[in-house]
Write a protein that binds this ligand. Structure first.
Ligand code: TXA
Ligand code: MG
Length: 309
């Protein structure tokens, strides 16, 4: 069933019920090689799915659980292999949102859950977005408030000895992780490298894409002449030529930008926009996650939409 978290809505099933987990892959049309995150109600449940918690990971649990952080740990053999796409590791996260925690506590079992969107689509930050993608394919939707962060959890690989590797930038910043672990080497994802996609299969697939073409723009002036109308604009500063846009959303800060991103993609699609101009931000703090999502959304735009019609 669909449930809210502070990052995005998830589509959950009992992590120890392989058939129910298979239902998640079917409902989302998710490739079988993309592992699911296992959600727990309390830190003491981590060891139910993970064989061990290395010291650095233990410290991250103390600092950031509950919160928007997923730790990749050695997997317990008892966990059905479909959950982790046959990997010998498992991603574990404890959400912070009270309603999510109540839901997980009531489940009395770890819950395997990807984001509650159809595969390739923008993650759902509202129950309505999950409903749009999954109505008729899921048993129930827990109707909570819009997601507080709007960007998914940061995924950190804790299974390599030499350093922690960030597999997916997310709502917990690299800077925050480094503050918690000043003596540990933490390797950020390299947007130009393909190595991350080998370690984190999910980052290999088409992602976060609305039907409209997403174009990253540097400044408010550039946007008006980018792509075909009707256009939508999203950024930290207003566009220089507002008349060129059907939809405009100006966010006061990075947090608001992150919260708005996926919902705005869906809004622009609903309004029939052809181009979404999204303003680039600095690759620092929450900006890393934002830029990662923008890059993937713009790269994965279907080429056919570019063709003049
Ligand atoms: O904020 C979130 O993380 C949301 C909420 C619902 O918790 N969930 C989410 O799940 O974004 P999903 O399935 O959309 O993305 C999970 C990411 C994928 O990139 C996947 O490849 C990676 O985490 N992942 C999961 N388990 C992994 C593992 N054992 N090793 C490497 N990467 C893993
Ligand atoms: Mg997802």
């Amino acid at each position: 069933m669909v449930f809210p978290t502070e990052t995005v809505y998830g589509l959950g099933a009992d992590a120890f019920d392989a058939e129910a987990v298979q239902g998640i892959f079917a409902a989302k049309e998710r490739p079988a090689d993309n592992p699911l995150i296992v959600h727990v109600a309390a830190p003491e449940h981590i060891e139910g799915v993970a064989r061990s918690v290395p010291p650095a990971a233990q410290r991250l649990v103390e600092y950031f659980f509950p919160g928007p952080l997923t730790l990749v740990l050695p997997r317990r053999a008892a966990l059905p292999s479909i959950v982790t796409a046959e990997l010998d590791t498992v991603g574990v996260r404890m959400p912070r949102m009270p309603l999510a925690r109540q839901f997980l506590a009531a489940c009395r079992t770890p819950v395997a859950a990807p984001s509650a969107n159809r595969s390739g689509r923008p993650s759902p930050t509202t129950w309505e977005a999950a409903h749009e993608d999954l109505d008729g394919r899921v048993e129930a939707i827990l109707q909570g408030p819009p997601a507080e962060a709007g960007l998914e959890s940061t995924v950190v690989d804790c299974t390599r000895d030499e350093a922690l590797h960030i597999l997916r930038a997310g709502a917990t910043t690299l800077e925050a992780l480094r503050t918690a672990l000043p003596d540990t080497r933490i390797v950020p994802p390299d947007p130009t490298s393909t190595e991350g996609s080998v370690r984190s299969p999910g980052t290999r697939h088409r992602h976060y894409a609305p039907a409209a073409r997403v174009v990253m723009v540097d400044g408010p002036a550039e946007a008006a002449t980018t792509g075909r109308a009707p256009r939508a604009y999203l950024g930290l500063q207003g566009p220089a030529h507002p008349e060129a846009f059907l939809l405009i959303r100006v966010c006061p800060d990075l947090e608001a930008y992150g919260r708005a991103l996926f919902a705005f993609f869906r809004e622009a699609d609903a309004a029939g926009c052809h181009t979404i101009c999204a303003q680039r931000v600095d690759d620092a703090g929450l900006g890393r996650a934002l830029m990662d999502r923008l890059r993937r959304a713009s790269e994965s735009t279907a080429p056919s939409l570019d063709a003049p019609s």
